[in-house]
Design a protein around this ligand. Structure first.
Ligand SMILES: CC(C)(COP(=O)(O)OP(=O)(O)OC[C@H]1O[C@@H](n2cnc3c(N)ncnc32)[C@H](O)[C@@H]1OP(=O)(O)O)[C@@H](O)C(=O)NCCC(=O)NCCS
Length: 164
């Protein structure tokens, strides 16, 4: 694979954000629907002061997002990620999430990074494990979408965990 890098989101990235959110499995990755170019610009702008989101680039092209939100007084943060559908399965999310963790521990001084995935989101589970986030257990019925409850698995990585 080419060179994966993280950089700040820019307003001109809106078209790729719009394309990304056309995938049905991206519906839950935003607090509101991202359907129009204006929504995509708004999605980028919404990160201002809301956490740390990075555009993931592969050989200079934006192919995904990694983010840390909900940073608390215990130096714990919440990780999320997505990759545009045509670039999935190449290790983009795993590499970008590992890079995000290096930044969070090394530059941002966090101690613990958490994430959760629905137990039926096997790709997300693989990303977490490959990026060094150890499984910490199942939370039963944690989420409800369209009237259906889903179990989720929690993963976390500590600053003191071995590098991946
Ligand atoms: C989850 C997601 C980020 C993975 O992105 P990606 O760039 O394809 O991830 P990677 O290529 O680094 O790793 C994907 C892993 O999942 C595996 N995988 C993908 N689809 C799978 C499936 N249906 N069943 C089992 N494994 C699957 C791949 O084989 C790979 O594992 P491997 O390296 O052991 O072979 C991407 O599918 C996505 O954006 N999904 C929608 C948003 C989302 O679910 N985000 C996470 C919310 S918790």
């Amino acid at each position: 694979m080419g060179q994966i890098r993280l950089r700040e989101w820019r307003e001109e990235d809106a078209p790729v954000v719009l394309r990304a959110f056309r995938a049905p499995d991206m519906r839950r990755q935003s607090a509101w629907p991202v359907i129009t170019p204006k929504d995509a610009v708004g999605w980028i702008a919404s990160w201002e002061g809301a956490g740390h989101a990075f555009a993931v680039t592969l050989d200079g092209q934006v192919v995904g997002n990694v983010a840390i939100t909900r940073i608390d007084d215990h130096d714990t943060g919440w990780v999320s990620y997505w990759t545009i559908p045509e670039m999935r399965g190449r290790g983009v999310a795993a590499q970008a999430t590992a890079e995000l963790a290096r930044w969070a521990f090394g530059e941002r001084g966090l101690h613990r990074l958490e994430l959760s995935h629905r137990v039926d989101n096997i790709a997300s589970c693989r990303v977490a494990v490959k990026a060094g986030f150890l499984p910490e257990g199942i939370e039963r019925g944690r989420l409800r979408y369209d009237g259906v409850r889903y179990d989720v698995e929690r993963h976390a990585r500590l600053a003191t965990d071995p590098p991946v």
